[in-house]
Design a protein around this ligand. Structure first.
Ligand SMILES: *Cc1c(COP(=O)(O)O)cnc(C)c1O
Length: 394
């Protein structure tokens, strides 16, 4: 079977779609058309690729991790270094792409939601680069936990609007951003930060992150005589860094794929293991697996890494799980902290706490695969932003 989701309605099997207020139907349609035209347009690609090269710093390195491989007792582990992107994580691949669309569509105002503030910073960064007004919604509780990122966004010229409704975290910030868009549909462009939300966002955000897997293909060919790795590993919050790595290999059945969710305090305690423990439902405009109670109320997620701390997940990951194409594992906060230490000590690379979940999972994955397997791990971000949390916990 050739995998080619989503269909024209943005469906990944039963997942995805667009569950949205009627006023946004023409806006999402216009966005889909603008994206599809741009993606076919050679001039758009020249502009996008030029920014990835001269501003983001792509291509990012593919780093052999020999001491890590040795410590884990096998495999040839390679790290895809998204931590080397401008702003310190993969997120800017997407915000660069979306702001080019905003300009093409003549939008003058950018809005975004943010949890930890990483997507807010990546959005404020590109808004500054193009001189567009930028408003970022952030739960009050998150503005307090992530004061440094609030200061970064403000320095970059964005207005940070604290959200006091609900649990005062990412889920509520997203609700506020959607409300803003409903009130200002004509001049405003909503930059969503992962492969979530209504169609066409999951498809569009995936496309902007495909550069990760495409570069791996070329770099693998230079480093080895192979075009495809044996194993791919990435952490999954909404799922954008994972799908960016996986998608270019999805129709290569010989490539095994592992997504790693946050088990927080453990699967019987507070966690963010949406695919592992969630059930089907609608959140923020799409059908997907969700963490919800028996009445369908969204449950609060927990992870030591703010970027994985979300009760939903991209609809495509829900479909890939049901298809059995990707295996989803979980790692606890404690294992993630050990993962930070392991990568720091073996390779001299301090990963983000999100990324550390993927590193931690290697202890389970390496013994399962052939000893000479080529294993590419997405190093989605750097750990500078997490130093306080790491110091408080190690
Ligand atoms: C935001 C973030 C994630 C999680 O988001 P995805 O959409 O699942 O990729 C992972 N790693 C880092 C470093 C992040 O900043």
């Amino acid at each position: 079977m050739i995998y080619n989701a989503p269909d024209r309605k943005g469906r990944f099997g039963p997942y995805g779609g667009a569950y949205i207020p009627e006023i946004l139907v023409p806006e999402l349609d216009a966005l889909r058309v603008a994206f599809e035209e741009s993606w076919q347009d050679a001039e758009f690609h020249v502009q996008y690729q030029d920014l990835l090269k001269t501003y983001v710093g792509r291509p990012t390195a593919l780093t052999p991790a020999n001491r890590l491989s040795e410590a884990l007792g096998g495999g040839h582990i390679l790290l895809k270094r998204e931590d080397l992107c401008h702003t310190g994580a993969h997120k800017i691949n997407n915000t660069i792409g979306q702001i080019l669309l905003a300009r093409k569509m003549g939008k003058t105002r950018i809005i975004a939601e943010t949890g930890a503030g990483q997507h807010g910073v990546a959005t404020a960064t590109v808004a500054a680069r193009f001189g567009l007004q930028c408003v970022v919604y952030m739960g009050v509780e998150d503005t307090e936990r992530q004061a440094l990122n609030v200061a970064r966004m403000q320095l970059l010229g964005a207005e940070v609007r604290p959200v006091t409704s609900g649990s005062q975290t990412l889920k509520d910030a997203t609700n506020e951003a959607i409300r803003d868009w409903v009130s200002n549909p004509t001049d405003t462009f909503y930059i969503i930060g992962s492969v979530v939300g209504p169609h066409p966002y999951p498809m569009m955000v995936r496309s902007f992150h495909n550069v990760i897997g495409e570069e791996v293909k070329r770099q693998l060919n230079e480093l080895t005589d192979r075009n495809t790795p044996d194993v791919l590993v990435a952490c999954v919050g909404g799922g954008s860094n994972a799908i960016g790595l996986f998608y270019p290999f999805i129709n290569h059945p010989e490539v095994q794929m592992f997504g790693v969710e946050a088990a927080g305090e453990g699967l019987d305690g507070r966690h963010a293991a949406t695919l592992t423990r969630g059930a089907m439902g609608v959140l923020h405009g799409a059908m997907s697996y969700l963490l919800q109670d028996d009445d369908g109320q969204i449950e609060l997620a927990h992870s030591i890494s703010a970027g994985l701390d979300y009760p939903g997940v991209g609809p495509e990951h829900s479909w890939l799980k049901d298809l059995g194409r990707v295996t989803y594992l979980t790692e606890t906060d404690k294992n993630a902290l050990a993962g930070v230490e392991l990568l720091s000590r073996t390779e001299g690379i301090i990963p983000a706490l999100e990324t550390a979940h993927a590193i931690a999972a290697l202890k389970k994955i390496v013994p399962q695969v052939a000893p000479d397997s080529i294993i590419v791990v997405n190093c989605s971000g750097r750990g500078d932003k997490d130093m306080q949390t790491i110091m408080d916990n190690l």
